[in-house]
Ligand binder design. Sequence first.
Ligand SMILES: C[S@@+](CC[C@H](N)C(=O)[O-])C[C@H]1O[C@@H](n2cnc3c(N)ncnc32)[C@H](O)[C@@H]1O
Length: 317
Amino acid sequence: MSLAPDTFAFVADLVRRRSAIRLEAGKEYLVESRLLPLARERGCAGVDAFVREVRATNREADLVRVVEALATHETSWFRDQTPFEALRTQVLPDVLHRRGPAARVRVWSAACSSGQEPYSVAMVAAETLPPGAGVEILATDLSARILEHARAGTYSQLEVNRGLPAPMIVRHMVRAGAQWQVAPALRSVVTFKQHNLLDPAPPGPFDLVLLRNVLIYFDLPTKQAILRRVRQVMAPGGVLVLGAAETTIGVDDAWQRVPAGRGSVYTLAVPPGAAPPAGAPPAAVRRPPASPFARPAVTPSMPRAAGAYVPSRGASL
Ligand SMILES: C[S@@+](CC[C@H](N)C(=O)[O-])C[C@H]1O[C@@H](n2cnc3c(N)ncnc32)[C@H](O)[C@@H]1O
């Protein structure tokens, strides 16, 4: 079955305007497969008929569903491992080193999908931060539907099996019938909010921003605009983590790539708000400030074998 060209053009334009996700020629199969369940639910003969109806009625709820259906929510626990290893061995110790043992670490998990990413951060923080220190995680996504899933913190065995090691399940999850739910103490440190990356960033400052596996869907000017907005909300010494297939290089040279564990993270070459000194060379050749990651990593492996998570610490993990 092939999609009518004007169906594809309408959907691609709608999705691009509302989310910046690019649906280029050749992605007709994607539109068809993602919208077919919606068409069936509506009793339409096919995707063309469904989209004709959506266009004719122009109901906001339908338009939102179409956009949400075209977003890819693929995620897993401790995805790629290295960012979480860097968080535990370098990012969190560095914040404590600079701000003291009672620091509150602020994290933004942008485009968090169904929540595995921010809950993975919460688990690492619970097992790394000393008593008295705390973490606040703001987790955002475009999709209200996926945020409902994230907020509930409830996952099937299949979802849990995607990257959550057994000791972590024991320490951080509770049984909820046939499913698993993230323990209340851990859920209490994560706040989920709907946010479109095309809008201004949520109020910072953030010590850590995870912007992972979402820039790949956008064109260059959109990536640049998003990275510019992220700059505005970074705390001094703050760290940006991108997906394994993403980089700031060739996109926004205000960032510098810094080795962290077996991967890399990004910091601002010039701290937020500070103008480069007159006559300074371009950011690409400017000497970076002392790397927050100059110290040796605390331990090499992730996740930690023996965790010290104490559920009663609640919001002050
Ligand atoms: C592939 S998932 C990445 C999830 C997680 N960050 C990870 O790396 O596992 C991409 C997420 O980006 C969200 N997204 C797409 N466009 C967005 C936009 N314009 N603003 C905010 N979130 C967006 C989607 O809803 C989806 O949940």
